[in-house]
Unconditional design. Structure first.
Lengths: 380, 380
């Protein structure tokens, strides 16, 4: 058993940190304020080979493993969770199903440009009345001539207003609840596709989140992922598993940022005439934060390693997501509670860590859904 | 022991609730929060109906009720909206110092217009973000022939750009700590606005006194009494912020309960899932506990038996309970709770700002432990 990154992985970590600090850090404040994603980052990160990390070299991807991807996610989220959200979707939910189930033509038209940062991808599953219950979606794709006509609405879609294409889940057979779903690539310019609203949020301000509408939106049959009808949710299995492990790295990244900010605040401040670092209560809190972070990080990289070995079950992935996204709440809340009023100032990033970190208990399976998955695997 | 509100108290509670439900329009509230605007017209209406300064004697425009009744108003307002409720409960900060220590002339001049909604009173005591830490105070007042000249910095002053009058604490070389009434239109006062995460309708600011002059008659009470005034203010604020927290937690609970009864996933209402039902039960327990600690402590206060231990316990439990309740409420809303279209989003941000200037959890526990173990016990 080896519990350390090897030399190559360390060098990679150092390199990506440098790239993010150079290219991303200077944009954070402005785009958080504007509540917009800095789209110029896509080609920049594409050129650095930092998009769609696990996509194979033959499609123009970096061809790296899950551990390397988690390294990039942790480092990027340490700098900005909102920007991290858009980049995560680009390399995860939006393109992962394309990689596994897309035809060579779809890969050439969408996956490779996404890897280069020339096209922005989104993923559209969640609907106003179907969140945790993904089988409850109502969007339909009805066969018509040489294609499908899509009708429905989607919400909480990351990259919604800036995407060039979206991977969209719709029922091709609404009578088969859960199994009658297929995934389609819809282009931004397809007639009948529209962005109905950009959503304002508690956090992740620099990521773009929107409501989408499909009104008689026609897509040729070649844009369906895979060649048999139904089974679309099943096609998401590996993508969701991978995404849940990614969430471990996302939580670890923002937790690390909150921890570093707290440590520096505690070292630099006094209360009631005493250095904060001398307070036993504060020292205990920092000890707990350090413990949480260490555990989250180990669980995440263990999950990534299992995934790379082809050994990760959905339960393993859910354990990582549930533990990390719950633990990071304690970390960001303690970070905020130690600073109290000082932490409320918008120019103090600790309030951003709190708002951004709060998200992780909700997307890609709420904490409640992760409990269901784990409990379901226990033979109860 | 009587755990029932009196008829009069129930009337106050009912009237405040009806007013808030009728006037705090949900769309207007979201707009005021987004634009960081003080709810001026609601403040004026609330004052006209007698909700401001309900605990002042009738000769100063009040209704001669207790602080308890004023807390019932704050609680009812914050229950309907945390932002508006908090804003309306901060228009007369420091009035209890005037009530207890001010001269008849000062009370007539300053309290009556507060109750009428013609002026706002604020407090500028703190010199760090931690209002509890009195060891950092250094603002100076120099007594001259017929005036005091002020020098120093004050931090985190609520309503700084709006107040017509505020109380401040300065050290005068001969008189020691004194509290002075200052009107900010005087020369030599600079206000630096603060952008912050929560309670966005209430503008905060840092103040600088640079040779600000106020008449000798501006001093409240005797020389050397300044810190006594600050302690009294902190006692009142512990209760006021506990009531704010209580109302905000109750408002978050109400919304989560409503949502759980309406939202369906997996063919069932959320309220039919055991885990959601238990979350609601947990939330209700926290609120109930905080409520009775607050009511008990407020009753003691009005009977002239101020018990700092019970005040801090109420404030601590109300603020901790608030963070926990709002977090669980947001989770019940899922993705919707994370968007600014739902009130719960600003409840979450406001929860962290309510009572933030009253010190950290560690400081509150220090104060409680000092009382439990005796003033001579050392924690060093």
């Amino acid at each position: 058993m080896l519990f350390e990154l090897n030399d190559e992985q360390r060098a990679f970590q150092k390199k990506v940190r440098e790239v993010y600090e150079r290219e991303v850090s200077p944009l954070v404040e402005e785009y958080e304020r504007r509540e917009a994603f800095p789209v110029q980052l896509f080609p920049i990160l594409g050129a650095e080979h930092l998009l769609c990390l696990r996509c194979p070299v033959k499609y123009g991807g970096p061809g790296l493993d899950k551990i390397s991807e988690c390294i990039t996610v942790e480092e990027l989220n340490r700098i900005c969770v909102g920007i991290g959200a858009s980049i995560m979707v680009q390399g995860g939910l939006a393109t992962d199903p394309l990689l596994h189930f897309g035809s060579e033509e779809l890969k050439r038209n969408y996956l490779s440009p996404a890897i280069r940062g020339e096209k922005v991808g989104a993923f559209a599953l969640t609907e106003p009345d179907a969140g945790s219950d993904a089988s409850g979606i109502r969007t339909t794709a009805v066969r018509e001539g040489e294609g499908f006509r899509i009708n429905g609405s989607k919400t909480f879609i990351t990259n919604g207003t800036i995407c060039d294409f979206a991977t969209v889940a719709a029922y091709t057979d609404p009578t088969k609840r859960g199994s009658g779903i297929n995934l389609f690539v819809v282009e931004r310019n397809d007639s009948g596709f529209s962005v109905t609203k950009k959503l304002r949020k508690l956090g992740n301000h620099s990521s773009d989140t929107a409501e989408l509408a499909f009104e008689d939106c026609y897509v040729p049959k070649e844009r369906m992922l895979g060649d048999r009808l139904g089974g679309g949710l099943g096609q998401l299995e590996e993508t969701l598993k991978s995404g849940r492990i990614t969430y471990g790295a996302r939580s670890t990244g923002v937790g690390q940022a909150a921890f570093e900010a707290t440590l520096s605040f505690v070292k630099g401040n006094r209360r009631h005439g005493q250095p904060l670092g001398k307070s036993q209560a504060i020292r205990f809190i920092l000890a707990e934060m350090a413990m949480m972070l260490e555990t989250m990080r180990h669980m995440t990289y263990r999950g990534a390693w299992l995934f790379d070995q082809g050994l990760a079950s959905m339960k393993d992935a859910s354990v990582v997501k549930l533990f990390a996204s719950e633990s990071v709440q304690a970390v960001v809340q303690k970070a905020m509670a130690i600073q109290k009023s000082a932490g409320l100032r918008m120019d103090n990033p600790v309030q951003r860590f709190l708002r951004d970190g709060r998200l992780s208990k909700i997307p890609e399976g709420t904490s409640e859904i992760q409990h269901l998955v784990i409990a379901g695997s226990l033979g109860l | 022991m009587d755990f029932e509100l009196s008829h009069e108290q129930k009337d106050v509670q009912r009237a405040a609730t009806e007013f808030a439900r009728g006037e705090f329009d949900p769309d207007l509230v979201l707009e005021l929060d987004e634009n960081e605007t003080f709810p001026d017209s609601l403040w004026k209406k609330a004052a006209q109906l007698g909700f401001i300064g309900i605990h002042y004697p009738e000769e100063f425009g009040g209704q001669g009720l207790g602080l308890f009744e004023s807390l019932l108003v704050i609680e009812a307002f914050c229950r309907v909206d945390s932002g508006v409720g908090s804003a309306l409960s901060t228009v007369d900060l420091g009035s209890e110092v005037l009530l207890k220590f001010g001269s008849l002339e000062q009370k007539e001049r300053f309290l009556t217009p507060l109750a009428r909604g013609e002026r706002r009173l604020g407090v500028a005591f703190a010199e760090s973000e931690d209002g509890r830490d009195l060891t950092v105070l250094s603002a100076m007042a120099e007594k001259r022939m017929d005036e005091y000249s002020l020098q120093g910095e004050k931090r985190f002053v609520l309503n700084a750009p709006l107040v017509n009058t505020f109380l401040t604490l300065c050290k005068e070389p001969k008189e020691g700590w004194i509290t002075l009434i200052v009107e900010p239109q005087r020369d030599g006062i600079e206000i630096h606005p603060i952008k912050k995460m929560g309670l966005k309708m209430i503008p905060f600011g840092d103040l600088s006194f640079k040779g600000t002059c106020v008449p000798l008659a501006s001093r409240i009470g005797e020389e050397g009494q300044g810190l006594i005034h600050v302690h009294h203010h902190h006692h009142v604020m512990a209760l006021r912020s506990a009531a704010q927290g209580l109302g905000t937690a109750q408002g978050a609970f109400d919304r989560a309960l409503q949502h759980a009864k309406q939202r369906e996933q997996f063919g069932r209402k959320l309220s039919q899932f055991q885990v959601i039902r238990h979350k609601l039960a947990d939330m209700a327990v926290r609120i109930e506990g905080a409520r009775w600690l607050t009511y008990k402590s407020a009753t003691e206060f009005d009977r002239g038996r101020v018990q700092p231990g019970s005040l801090w316990m109420a404030q601590l439990e109300a603020s901790r309970g608030l963070i926990s309740v709002v977090d669980q409420a947001l989770q019940i809303f899922g993705g919707y709770g994370y968007t600014a279209e739902q009130a719960i989003e600003h409840y979450f941000r406001d929860a962290w700002a309510i009572g933030a200037d009253l010190g950290t959890e560690e400081e509150q526990k220090d104060a409680i432990a000092d009382i439990l173990l005796g003033p001579d016990s050392t924690r060093k």
